[in-house]
Design a protein. Structure first.
Length: 128
C-alpha cells in the first residue's frame, strides 16, 4: 500500500469516527430538568414579571442566575429591536430601569435581584 492510500484510509477512518460520535451523542438521553425550572415556573405562577432589555448587562446577569431554566422566566422584552426606544407595554407600565421585577401586589424591585430575595417575595421554594 502506498503512503497516499494510507493517508486517505486514515482520513476516512477519522471522518467515520467523527460521524459515529455525533450520531451516538444525538441519540443519548436528553438532559433532565434543570435546577431552577420549578422555581422559575413558580415565579410566573405567582404573578412576578421580569422586565428587561436585550442590551442590558444586568438583565443578562439576572438571566444567567437561572441557567438553562431561563426559558421558564416570566420575561418581558422592553427594548425595540434597534435598542432606540421602549415597547409600548413597558412604557405603559412606566418601566424606567432594567432589570425590573414587578410582583402581583404591585411592588417592584430593580437591579439584579438575588434569587433568595425573589423566593422570599413570592413564597416560591428556592432549590438548595
Amino acid at each position: 500500500m502506498s503512503n497516499k492510500n494510507i493517508f486517505f484510509l486514515i482520513i476516512g477512518i477519522l471522518i467515520l469516527g467523527t460521524i459515529a460520535a455525533v450520531l451516538l451523542r444525538s441519540l443519548s438521553v436528553p438532559a433532565g430538568p434543570s435546577k431552577y425550572d420549578t422555581f422559575a415556573q413558580c415565579l410566573k405562577e405567582k404573578g412576578a414579571v421580569f422586565y428587561g432589555a436585550f442590551w442590558c448587562q444586568h438583565c443578562q446577569a439576572q438571566k444567567e442566575m437561572f441557567g438553562s431554566s431561563v426559558k421558564f422566566l416570566p420575561y418581558v422584552e422592553c427594548s425595540v429591536p434597534d435598542g432606540s426606544t421602549q415597547t409600548q407595554e413597558c412604557t405603559n407600565k412606566k418601566i424606567s430601569s432594567y432589570p425590573t421585577w414587578e410582583f402581583s401586589d404591585g411592588t417592584r424591585l430593580t437591579g439584579e435581584v438575588p434569587l433568595a430575595q425573589l423566593a422570599e417575595k413570592t413564597s416560591c421554594l428556592l432549590p438548595q
